[in-house]
Design a protein around this ligand. Structure first.
Ligand SMILES: [Zn+2]
Length: 97
């Protein structure tokens, strides 16, 4: 079984054109993730970062990520940029959503 290979085909751009340079896909040890850099300007409430369990204040630039597979957008998480970068160093396989 190779679901990763099946997903790969979906990376071909199609459909409505997205704003350039905002979303990207990161391949990591814990899977493929869509990562969106958020300037924070449009946020009107704090989010809680799953990396450090601290608030991300409105207006603070941060990252939104979600699993790169069908339905993954339902699992969007807001992260501090540094916490996202460090998430794989926080312990072996405990943060699987
Ligand atoms: Zn954090």
């Amino acid at each position: 079984m190779s679901p990763r290979r099946a997903r790969r085909a979906d990376e071909t751009p199609k459909g409505p054109i997205r704003p350039a340079g905002i979303d990207r896909v990161e391949e990591a040890a814990d899977g493929d993730w869509v990562v969106r850099t958020v300037t924070g300007g449009s946020a009107d409430r704090p989010y809680r970062c799953p990396g450090c369990d601290q608030a991300i204040r409105p207006g603070m630039p941060h990252i939104v990520s979600w699993p790169h597979w069908a339905g993954g957008e339902e699992e969007r998480r807001h992260w501090h940029t540094a916490c996202w970068r460090n998430r794989l160093n926080r312990g072996p396989g405990r943060t699987r959503y």
